[in-house]
Design a protein around this ligand. Structure first.
Ligand SMILES: *[C@@H]1O[C@H](CO)[C@@H](O)[C@H](O)[C@H]1NC(C)=O
Ligand SMILES: *[C@@H]1O[C@H](CO)[C@@H](O)[C@H](O)[C@H]1NC(C)=O
Ligand SMILES: *[C@@H]1O[C@H](CO)[C@@H](O)[C@H](O)[C@H]1NC(C)=O
Ligand SMILES: *[C@@H]1O[C@H](CO)[C@@H](O)[C@H](O)[C@H]1NC(C)=O
Length: 286
């Protein structure tokens, strides 16, 4: 009983609050591998209709669905129709991030009333501006592309022992994988190239049986997933590293709120389409 009362008072509180601003950031939708995952892989670029690294049909749907979700959630408050004075969409300078922003915008801003400009097959689409900073160094939405010696130093000290441990523990499996995949060498630094196999699995592409081979009690594919998790985590798992990778963005979010509160801007729907937010610069495929 007490719980229900507490809940309803929370709801009352929420409903009496007034939503006046939203900020959103997303990564691009599902995409093709960056390259042939390994030399003996049979799924070359022909299997990916838009080419390496580009959004897939599934990725486009994910973007549009996100837009529809944002419209359902914020359409009655801060995102009723597209208003250039209030809405701001910034994309990283990357084809798949720009396309994802276009997809989100398509789901978010179907034209209504006097914005309807076509009555047949483009009835539910209208163009909206997507800002990008073509060719600039994108510390905000693509910090991994920015050379940052201080980050590298902070990372190196923690990374070397982890790399040594992984190379030691998985040495035997890496050797076996080298032969099986045709890769010249495999270690902590490039094992994630094989994670692109996950993208093939996501698209129901039949796989060779060796992926299910068991090494030390676990299948090869599960090891590849686990190694992805380990190598990815260690890129930003300390306050210092998190600050270098995400501090600029957090500051931008705070500044947006302060500017809006101080009436310095009318913009109250800020959206960011990002890429490789946390990818290791050494392995990142731009
Ligand atoms: C991909 O492989 C198929 C044969 O499996 C071949 O016909 C096609 O030309 C190849 N495409 C590329 C881009 O290499
Ligand atoms: C192998 O299995 C043992 C026992 O489960 C575990 O402690 C060890 O971390 C595993 N090594 C690898 C490389 O998976
Ligand atoms: C390398 O792989 C081939 C099959 O692709 C296999 O016949 C051979 O035994 C393997 N060699 C080693 C050393 O594992
Ligand atoms: C911003 O504008 C609103 C509405 O005009 C006003 O109520 C509020 O006091 C202003 N805030 C500041 C910090 O100037």
């Amino acid at each position: 009983m007490i719980r229900i009362l507490l809940l309803s008072s929370v709801f009352t509180y929420v409903y009496s609050a007034n939503l006046i601003m939203m900020q959103a950031i997303w990564r691009h939708g599902d995409r093709a591998p960056g390259d042939l995952p390994y030399p003996k892989d049979r799924y070359n670029e022909t299997y990916w209709p838009r080419g390496w690294d580009q959004l897939t049909n599934k990725g486009i749907w994910q973007a549009v669905e996100l837009g529809i979700w944002l419209r359902q959630r914020y359409g009655a408050t801060v995102l009723p129709v597209f208003n250039k004075n209030k809405v701001f969409i910034l994309s990283s300078d990357s084809e798949r991030a720009i396309e994802t922003a276009q997809g989100v915008s398509a789901g978010l801003f179907p034209p209504v009333d006097d914005r309807v400009w076509e009555s047949s097959y483009l009835r539910y689409w209208q163009p909206t501006p997507i800002q990008t900073a073509y060719g600039t160094i994108d510390a905000l939405l693509r910090p991994t592309k920015v050379d940052c010696p201080a980050y590298d130093l902070a990372n190196e000290q923690e990374e070397s022992p982890i790399a040594a441990q992984i190379n030691n523990e998985y040495g035997q499996m890496f050797k076996w994988l080298q032969n099986t995949t045709g890769m010249e060498s495999i270690d902590f630094w490039n094992i994630n190239d094989l994670y692109d196999i996950q993208r093939e699995l996501d698209h129901n592409m039949p796989q060779p049986s060796w992926l299910n081979q068991v090494f030390n009690g676990t299948t090869i594919m599960d090891h590849i997933r686990e190694l992805k998790r380990i190598t990815r985590n260690q890129e930003f798992n300390s306050p210092t590293k998190a600050k270098f990778r995400g501090g600029y963005l957090v500051n931008e979010f705070l500044k947006n709120m302060e500017d809006f509160k101080a009436n310095k801007t009318e913009k109250n729907a800020m959206m960011y389409s990002s890429v490789n937010l946390f990818e290791n610069i050494r392995n990142a495929k731009f």
